[in-house]
Design a binder for this molecule. Structure first.
Ligand SMILES: [Zn+2]
Ligand SMILES: [Zn+2]
Ligand SMILES: [Zn+2]
Length: 275
């Protein structure tokens, strides 16, 4: 079998996509590949975690991808050992953020928190020095002068964060939740289906979103809020105060937690590409 000696970082990423491995990429300015390799080897020699290492390669631009088993703890420890022992080494974990990521929602940020603070806080929480790839949305203000933000991060780190529940950002605890996709029909406003699957008799497309009456838009509405879904006053349709909303959210979360492989006649994850 021919194994290409030189790989681009992109190639490493592609290869990781469907394999059961992680990749740590190491490089150090002004140090050639073989010298750096010797340093890395000397650093890891006595370490138990090195047993997770499968191969050490080089990229065309002289960086060093270290392929490890898909063992988060061992991979993290290996990365940490290299960072702590080889001065000025640039060490990062390659993750395929688009393919293998989750979206988290963080609420309860104070009114002045910005994106960079959120990134820093998350890196600190994960013990990361810049190796973890993440996409961070814009901070959004809420009505009570707090802010929320959405972040996209690889599945393993997302799960670590979700388990922690909170991340300290500035002087407050940001609450971490996994974002779940909720279907909602814009014709009847009910949850759990979209307009193409709507079999409800009621059509609310001309209904005011605020008071639930027809003939005007929410922007022109002077009535008190009333939700036509649960017929209660005090909240609008789609509000998190609505019982229908909370039931639908629970259901969406339950569905999100169902292992993917169950959607494919019990086939395991590696074999789901055809589904
Ligand atoms: Zn509907
Ligand atoms: Zn109205
Ligand atoms: Zn309601």
């Amino acid at each position: 079998m021919y194994v290409p000696k030189s790989l681009q970082t992109e190639t490493v990423k592609r290869q990781l996509k469907d394999t059961n491995s992680y990749a740590i990429v190491v490089d150090k300015k002004g140090v050639d590949y073989n010298t750096l390799l010797k340093e890395v080897k000397a650093t890891l020699e006595e370490k138990e975690d090195r047993k997770a290492i499968r191969t050490v390669r080089s990229t065309r631009d002289g960086k060093m991808p270290i392929i490890t088993d898909k063992d988060q703890e061992k991979e993290q420890n290996t990365r940490k050992t290299i960072m702590e022992n080889i001065e000025e080494a640039n060490v990062r974990k390659i993750t395929n953020i688009n393919r293998n990521s989750k979206t988290l929602f963080i609420r309860n940020l104070d009114a002045t928190t910005n994106k960079e603070e959120v990134k820093r806080a998350i890196r600190r929480e994960l013990g990361d020095r810049g190796g973890i790839e993440m996409k961070v949305g814009e901070v959004r203000p809420t009505r009570n002068s707090t802010q929320t933000i959405t972040i996209m991060i690889d599945k393993d780190n997302a799960e670590t964060l979700t388990r922690k529940e909170f991340v300290i950002i500035g002087i407050v605890k940001g609450k971490i939740e996994e974002r779940v996709q909720m279907q909602r029909c814009y014709r009847c406003w009910a949850y759990g289906h979209t307009v193409s699957g709507c079999v409800e008799e009621i059509d609310r497309r001309n209904t005011c979103y605020k008071c639930g009456k027809e003939g005007h838009q929410a922007g022109q509405c002077n009535n008190e809020a009333k939700c036509p879904l649960c017929e209660k006053e005090g909240h609008t349709a789609g509000s998190s105060a609505c019982k229908m909303f909370r039931t639908a959210l629970k259901e969406a979360k339950r569905r999100a937690e169902t292992p993917q492989n169950l959607n494919c006649n019990g086939a395991n994850k590696q074999n789901t590409a055809h589904c």
